[in-house]
Design a protein around this ligand. Sequence first.
Ligand code: PMP
Length: 368
Amino acid sequence: MNRVVASAPQLAGLHPYDPKYLPANAYLSANENPSDVDPDIRAQVDEAVHGIALNRYPDPLANDLRDLIAEANGLDRDWVLMGNGGDELLFDTALAWGGPGRTFLNLPPTFSVYEANARLTNTPVIDIPRLPDTFAIDEPRVLQAVSDPANNITFTIVTSPNNPTGLRARQEFILQLLDATDALVMVDEAYFEFSRETMRPYLEQHENLVILRTFSKAFSLAGVRIGYILAHPSVIREYCKVRQPYSVDAVSQAIACVVFRNRNAFEPAIQQIISERERLLAELRATPGIEPFPSDSNWVLFRMPDADEAWRHLYDRGILVRDFSSAALLEGTLRVTVGTSEQNDAFLSALRDFVLDKERGGSYGRAE
Ligand code: PMP
C-alpha cells in the first residue's frame, strides 16, 4: 500500500496555525517580551537545569511550580494546573468542555486558536462579533445567548486584554456572565501583567470560572512553553483527565520555577513596556492616516489605508509586525508588539516614511 486513508473529516479546510514568523531585525509580531531573562536569573536557570536527571520522567503535574503559583495566588495546589504553554490548556478546554452536541461561544475578532480547537474537537461554534468600531464585547447579546438553553453553550473564552484588539473586558460584565450561565467561562489573562487586572478575587465564588495565564509574555519565556490555569479543584480534575501526562518537561519546570521565584525582577521591564506602549499610541495617533486602537496590553493594533503594502515596507526595513489586513473583522489593520525603545523608534520612523511617500504620491487620505 502506498496510500493512506483520509484524515478525520474535521481537518478538511483547516490550516495549521501559522505565526508568520520571518527572519527580521526587530521581531514585533508575536507579543513577546523584547528583553530576554537577565544574566543573574539566567545563571540561576543554568544551575537549575544542570542538576536535572534527563533520563527520568518529569513530575507529571509539576507540583513544585504548582505550589509556587498557588502560594502567590493565595490558593492550594489543587486549584492550579500547569500546561505546555497556555496553548495546551486551551486545547484541553475544548477537549473537556467541547465535543459534538455541545457549543463554544466565540467573541471574534480574538485569538484564532480558540476557534481552531473547537473545530478539531467537533464542537459547534456560535460567534458573537465584537462591536465594529471599538471591538468592545456585545455584552447584551452575549448574556442573552448564554441564557438561551437552545444554544446549549458549554464554554466560552473572554480574553482580557483581547488579542489582537487590545482592551480588557469589563469585570462587571464577566461577573454578570458568570452569574448568567453554568457554562465554563475561561478568562484568558495571558497579558494581565500589562493590564493590571485579574479575575482572581472572584475565583472562589464561581465554580465555572477558569483563569488562564502564561509565562510567555511578561516573564520572557515564550521559548520555554509554560502556562497555567487557576480554577476550582473540581474543574482542575476534569482537565487532568484530558491532559498529556508529561506535557510540561523537567527542563521547563526547572526554568519556570527560577523565573517565578524571581518574578519581582521583571517588574521594571513590564513598566517600561507599558510606558513605551503609551508613547507608541501617542505617536501613531499623531501620524496622518493611522487609526490606533487603545491597548491595555503589550501591543498596539492600528488601521490604515494600504496596510498590506505598509507591512511589506516595514518588513523590507527589517521590522516584522503582524499583518491582519485581510483577516475577518480586522480588515486594514496591523499589530505592532511593543519592543525596545530603539525598535519602537525604528518602527515609527519606517511607518512615517511610508505615510509620507504615499502623501507625496497623492494617494493617501487623512484619517478623520
Ligand atoms: N492566549 C492568548 C490571548 C495569546 O495571545 C496567547 C499567545 N499568543 C496564548 C493564550 C498562548 O500563549 P502560550 O501558549 O505561549 O502560553
